[in-house]
Design a protein around this ligand. Structure first.
Ligand SMILES: *[C@@H]1O[C@H](CO)[C@@H](O)[C@H](O)[C@H]1NC(C)=O
Ligand SMILES: *[C@@H]1O[C@H](CO)[C@@H](O)[C@H](O)[C@H]1NC(C)=O
Ligand SMILES: *[C@@H]1O[C@H](CO)[C@@H](O)[C@H](O)[C@H]1NC(C)=O
Ligand SMILES: *[C@@H]1O[C@H](CO)[C@@H](O)[C@H](O)[C@H]1NC(C)=O
Ligand SMILES: *[C@@H]1O[C@H](CO)[C@@H](O)[C@H](O)[C@H]1NC(C)=O
Ligand SMILES: *[C@@H]1O[C@H](CO)[C@@H](O)[C@H](O)[C@H]1NC(C)=O
Length: 630
């Protein structure tokens, strides 16, 4: 994209072009505003912005091949993960990038060298600049936007920002610019557990991870899901052996929280030997449990991960991210897990991520930067629509999932609860706007990031037994799935996706979904009507929110077995699960669809599909296959 966007900005920018002879390119652009926002006035020219230039990382173009080298089952280096220091060194931005950006700020931007600092990690260049200076430097205009619903104001630039062509290749992303405060949303639906049904009546105790008899509440798995139902569905009975080596983490974003007494309410019914067990709270950027916070997500995730792992001996870490004042987003978690990603004083996007230290009264006055050693499996049930974010922001974050996966971490994410679109039937129009009644599919993030494993939802069919095949979920919500508009189809899934599109062409016009995009989900697990204790009462909680922690817990048992055998954790699993060797390892789901945007969405079909992925876990097969790998 050349200067087209630039000239539409009018007189101010045209005047600028006169004394900036270098060729500028649109570094990032936005086709449309996120739903609900309108510009109300130009920003005050004197207002000071904390401008942060995220530098391009060295070797980032090799990330996928580095990952395949340690994650592809046919690679001789399978499982030989990197140390965090190796990762930091391989991707540290080059001196050439630092120099190019610094001299651009000084020469073109007239920003005194004394005002410019490089972050501790070397990944960001920071300067406080006025709106007027930023507009000149970036060939853009800043506006104050207002949200129609709550009147909240937000400062952002218009349509696009520009940097000289020779600088563009050294830059990932610049903030604050185009990005909008859309806040991460949890994937989940809660409703009262119908009291009419006498469900889950007797759940026999779980001892050391083994359910002795589980048959009493299995008759009702088509109405309410319990630990016992999941164990039967996925043939999941396992006694952990490497509890001192294995790790699993569950991520929650403040103000989502939980009521600690609920664990014992849950265990009393479903896993008596675990009464008294709690997750280990690992606060990141001031994350604490807040009494009266929204408990559905956190209670669901943690009760099921603890319950499925099934023994007090295996610690489950709760990454509670963000203080109660400001909250947080995925980048704050990643800052906590990786010092080399952390912004050290600016660089996270203030419109998207929490900015720490938080100066507000009661705010967390530190910035947690590489304070947490990542668990081997990290399960998250929150997400965005891709259309909420800009491509550069998503790309940078996705690469970070990849970098951490090089060290042996698996990122498990829920695929979303709105089928091929967004919530409340918000889909895309032909300009990429999110509008109610839009006809174009709206993929979720980070489902489209190739370095996470995206989990869709299935259900037991009403009137059917727990031992009969599941369907793609069709009651309460449709499973998130589809094709990214940002990330291209991943190498590991070429064959599976081509097979789907050839054998079962979805029959939509080519502009309705992006057939060349990274397709998701990768796998699925039950996501309907989980019985969850919330403030002393059992409620039904549904969503891919439930599917992700269930899949993560089962995968964690695979890690346990591998660690006990002296092997590495599974790390980035995508190239493995799509490989020929893993054919038939998952229970193929062939019924149902994921409607939205005025369509039936995609259909579940034999083999991989963009509704339920490769299928649901078959634990014994997963275990056998992964133990065969080095
Ligand atoms: C920008 O200003 C803030 C507030 O005065 C200050 O804390 C920060 O260090 C400044 N940043 C830079 C890069 O000078
Ligand atoms: C929990 O256990 C109590 C006592 O056995 C029982 O009355 C109740 O129905 C159970 N609730 C659920 C949701 O399983
Ligand atoms: C889920 O719960 C809803 C509401 O109680 C009920 O209508 C539905 O039949 C249940 N379905 C399954 C499969 O559990
Ligand atoms: C489709 O995905 C590719 C990435 O594979 C992207 O470059 C392209 O812009 C996407 N098309 C649309 C219409 O979003
Ligand atoms: C936590 O749950 C208990 C019931 O188990 C209830 O008495 C208490 O009020 C709850 N706490 C909060 C903060 O909601
Ligand atoms: C298949 O899915 C449809 C909804 O798409 C549902 O009505 C039907 O009961 C399901 N049947 C089976 C056998 O899974």
């Amino acid at each position: 994209m050349l200067l087209t966007g630039f000239f539409t900005l009018g007189a101010v920018s045209l005047a600028l072009a006169a004394h900036t002879p270098v060729r500028r390119v649109a570094h990032e652009s936005r086709r449309s505003l996120p739903a609900g926002w309108t510009p109300v006035r130009r920003a005050e020219p004197d207002l000071v912005l904390p401008l942060s230039v995220g530098l391009a990382q060295s070797n980032i173009e090799n990330l996928e091949s580095y990952l395949l080298d340690v994650s592809h089952p046919d690679s001789p280096n399978y499982g030989q993960h990197w140390t965090p220091a190796q990762v930091a060194n391989a991707f540290r931005p080059s001196k050439a990038s630092v120099d190019a950006v610094r001299s651009w700020l000084v020469k073109d931007g007239q920003i005194g060298a004394d005002r410019i600092t490089v972050s501790q990690s070397g990944a960001w260049i920071l300067a406080n600049v006025t709106v007027a200076e930023a507009e000149e430097l970036l060939g853009t205009e800043y506006y104050v936007y207002q949200h129609g619903q709550d009147g909240r104001e937000h400062l952002a630039c218009h349509q696009a920002y520009h940097v000289p062509e020779h600088v563009s290749k050294h830059v990932d992303v610049i903030t604050p610019t185009l990005h909008f405060d859309t806040k991460v949303t949890r994937h989940g639906i809660t409703e009262p557990l119908s009291s009419a049904k006498d469900i889950g009546k007797v759940s026999k105790p779980v001892t050391g991870g083994v359910i002795h008899t589980i048959f009493d509440d299995l008759e009702h798995c088509d109405e309410v899901i319990t630990l016992a139902c999941l164990r039967v569905l996925y043939d999941f009975v396992y006694v952990p052996l490497a509890t001192n080596k294995n790790t699993i983490g569950v991520v929650e974003y403040t103000p989502e929280s939980h009521n600690e007494t609920d664990f014992d309410v849950f265990f009393a019914n479903f896993s008596k030997s675990q009464i008294g067990e709690r997750p280990k709270l690992v606060g990141i950027d001031g994350g604490v449990l807040i009494p009266g916070g929204d408990p559905a997500e956190s209670s669901l995730d943690l009760q099921y991960v603890l319950g499925l792992i099934g023994t007090k001996r295996q610690e489950v870490q709760l990454y509670q991210v963000g203080d109660p004042v400001e909250g947080a987003s995925f980048n704050n978690l990643l800052d906590g897990l990786d010092k080399s990603y952390c912004t050290s004083g600016g660089g996270d996007d203030p419109t998207q991520d929490g900015i720490y230290p938080d100066p507000s009264p009661g705010g967390y006055d530190k910035d947690d930067c590489g304070t947490v050693k990542p668990a081997y499996i990290i399960s998250t049930s929150y997400g965005y629509q891709e259309a909420d974010l800009t491509p550069a922001y998503m790309q940078r974050q996705c690469n970070e999932y990849g970098k951490l996966s090089l060290t042996g971490v698996t990122f498990v994410y829920s695929s979303g609860d709105a089928g091929v679109g967004g919530r409340q039937d918000v889909c895309l129009d032909e300009n990429g706007n999110q509008v109610t009644g839009g006809k174009i599919f709206s993929p979720t993030f980070p489902g489209g990031c190739p370095f996470v494993t995206s989990v869709g939802a299935t259900q037991v069919v009403p009137g059917h037994k727990v031992t009969e095949p599941e369907s793609a979920v069709f009651q309460r919500f449709p499973s998130g799935g589809g094709f990214s508009n940002v990330f291209p189809r991943a190498s590991f899934q070429q064959k599976a996706v081509a097979n789907y599109l050839e054998k079962y062409p979805p029959g939509y016009a080519s502009n309705i979904y992006n057939a060349s995009g990274r397709a998701f989900p990768d796998v699925s697990a039950n996501g309907l009507n989980y019985s969850v204790a919330i403030n002393g009462e059992f409620r039904l909680v549904s969503g891919t929110s439930a599917s992700a922690p269930t899949f993560a817990s089962i995968l964690s048992a695979v890690n346990d077995a591998r660690l006990a055998a002296g092997k590495s954790p599974v790390g980035w699993i995508n190239p493995t699960i799509y490989s020929d060797a893993f054919n038939g390892v998952f229970n193929d789901i062939t019924n149902g669809s994921n409607p939205n945007c005025g369509t039936q969405g995609f259909l579940a079909q034999p083999g991989w599909d963009p509704v339920t992925g490769l299928g649901t876990p078959n634990f014994p097969k997963m275990l056998t296959k992964w133990l065969e790998l080095p």
